[in-house]
Design a protein around this ligand. Structure first.
Ligand code: GLY
Length: 584
């Protein structure tokens, strides 16, 4: 790891100090064996508080994960929910094992590629992104059951209680939620079940309103009482099927009852003294991170000027996203050359193709130009006092998912089908393409970019992740590089961001990511750079000014300190540290 003194660009990002909680005034001389308390960072303070409450009631990090995840499902319907899916990366301190819980949605059998074509053969984007055909079979409720039965100490009745209470009593609508609703209202107004929730009393939701979801509270209660069958069979399943099929979709009872979470081995590799543990397929994140970081490892990035540092990072991004397009999909359905793609030799081969002073045009790596749009999803990070960890990213895909709530359920269904290559070579809402590896098939999981990740060195543990569609992976990459540079959790969450995804062949940058000199330097190397305030890029679009919502926690074993970082781009997020009491 590079020392703080080596940092060239930390000074550019002088950020709010991370919250920190040292156990004692005296710094221990040997690394601590367990954390001095717990830390949780999530996209909404009510969810962070729900997790801390469950820890106080005797739960572990996995129980807290159920509480945080279910509460986010209630208070962030814009981003994730029971009608969607997610990935949970777990570290069990007692066994030392890491496991990846894949609760990604699955394709209904009726959802073949032909269903997403218009009569003239063009892609039916509306069907892919809105309404019943855009939704996969939800996975998140099954994840709660799995976590509770296999890893937790408390029953779902306890861990779902905060979510049930908040769904029933309501919470204040915040600006992003109201803004997202305004953006999606034309779709959400199509469906009577959605209108009943979002136009309750005949008036659209607005910032500051108290938003109550009694049907969702009831659905959560059934899940708490009956477990898997409380959602995937019986009353809730019946309402979900009716709601989808009444709107012209084709789900079956067998598909709901047959949903299963998968336990998968995480991707693990070393980077600059850190052990990185991260998301395997059907996430594309872990393989891409392994490729990018192993390409970059021999370079001492902290010693480079910002232009050359950015150039090399972008060239690594370009190559990893090219491979994402062609090779990655659901490992239960396609053969992924994972060993090759994550090997150091492969990374060395890719590194050799990088000119240190000149951009590689993406079309020299083959492919077509594609557009890019906005994103949603959410992430939370937990460390408990025993050293158990959870990194979880969950989603309904785009803002408010499909926009469809089957009447009486309160469950806003996802529009995750758009993450499949529904028309081969046609970019999805995130501008990423796919081919056969990510074609829909009955029961198959669509490729994801969600990348919940652990970093461990001899004296530090960090848990990190973020929403952001195809940009998730590059945000996690920059977060890892930030921790490696010695930044605090809060500085990592706030880091300015840039992104390259092979196609379109351009660097997309946040407002503060680059100085004018760096932009000029990158352009002189042959990079197209899209920065806010400048003319639209080649694809005719303006870049967004900011993106992502990183939530991260860190345990510094050398100083026995816990800290959290919450993304300042999201004013309702919260990272909190709670010391054990009495001290252990
Ligand atoms: N729906 C965004 C992702 O899974 O990558």
């Amino acid at each position: 790891m590079k020392s703080i003194a080596q940092l060239l660009f930390v000074a550019l990002f002088a950020l709010a100090p991370a919250m920190a909680a040292p156990r004692d005034a005296a710094t221990p001389t040997t690394p601590a064996t367990h954390p001095p308390g717990a830390a949780i960072a999530s996209g909404h303070a009510l969810a962070t508080d729900a997790g801390l409450q469950i820890l106080r009631e005797g739960g572990n990090a996995f129980d807290a994960a159920v509480a945080v995840s279910s509460t986010l499902s209630v208070v962030e319907p814009i981003s994730s929910g029971l009608g969607g899916g997610g990935f949970f990366l777990l570290h069990d301190a007692k066994t030392g094992q890491d496991v990846f819980i894949d609760a990604r949605e699955t394709a209904p059998a009726a959802a073949t590629q032909a269903e997403y074509l218009l009569d003239n053969g063009d892609f039916n984007r509306d069907r892919a992104m809105n309404g019943p055909w855009s939704a996969g079979i939800p996975g998140l409720p099954a994840a709660f059951v799995h976590l509770a039965e296999k890893y937790g100490k408390l029953p779902l009745k306890t861990t779902l209680a905060p979510a049930i209470r908040i769904a029933s009593e309501g919470f204040p609508v915040y600006a992003r939620m109201a803004r997202g609703y305004a953006a999606r209202r034309d779709v959400m107004d199509r469906y009577p079940g959605t209108r009943a929730v979002y136009l309750a009393g005949g008036k659209p939701i607005a910032e500051g309103d108290i938003f109550r979801q009694p049907d969702l509270a009831h659905t959560l209660e059934l899940l708490a009482d009956k477990g898997f069958d409380g959602f995937y069979r019986g009353e809730t399943a019946g309402k979900l099927l009716k709601g989808v099929n009444d709107e012209g979709g084709k789900w079956t009872a067998a598909e709901l009852a047959g949903y299963q979470v998968r336990e998968r081995a995480p991707i693990v590799f070393d980077y600059d003294g850190w052990k990185i543990t991260t998301a395997p397929p059907p996430s594309s994140g872990g393989i891409a991170l392994a490729e990018m970081l192993q390409i970059l490892e021999p370079w001492d990035l902290a010693r480079l000027d910002p232009t050359h540092r950015t150039h090399l990072v972008v060239e690594a991004m370009r190559r990893a996203y090219r491979d994402r397009t062609f090779y990655l999909g659901d490992p239960d359905f396609v053969q992924i050359p994972q060993r090759t793609l994550t090997s150091r030799d492969y990374a060395a081969g890719l590194r050799a193709t990088i000119n240190p002073d000149k951009a590689t045009p993406s079309d020299m790596l083959s492919g077509k130009q594609t557009p890019m749009e906005d994103d949603e999803t959410t992430h939370f990070s937990i460390i408990d006092a025993d050293g158990n960890r959870v990194a979880a990213t969950q989603t309904v895909n785009l803002l408010y998912g499909s926009g469809l709530i089957p009447p009486g359920t309160g469950v806003l269904l996802n529009d995750e089908m758009d993450d499949f290559a529904l028309k081969p070579g046609t970019p999805n809402a995130f501008g990423v393409m796919g081919f056969d590896a990510n074609a829909p098939e009955p029961g198959k999981r669509m490729l994801s970019s969600m990348t919940p990740t652990f970093m461990e060195s001899d004296d530090k543990v960090a848990v990190l992740g973020t929403p952001g569609g195809s940009r998730i992976i590059t945000m996690v990459l920059l977060g890892i590089l930030g921790y490696d540079d010695g930044l605090s959790a809060q500085q990592v969450a706030a880091l300015p961001r840039y992104h390259h995804q092979w196609m379109p062949d351009l660097i997309d940058a946040e407002t503060d990511a680059f100085t004018p000199e760096v932009v000029e330097g990158l352009r002189a190397m042959g990079h197209a750079v899209k920065v806010p305030g400048e003319e639209a890029g080649d694809d005719g679009r303006r870049s967004s000014h900011v993106w992502g919502n990183m939530q991260t926690v860190e345990w510094d074993k050398a100083t026995d300190t816990l800290s959290g970082g919450t993304d300042p781009r999201n004013p309702v997020g919260a990272a909190k540290v709670e010391l054990s009491s009495p001290r252990r």
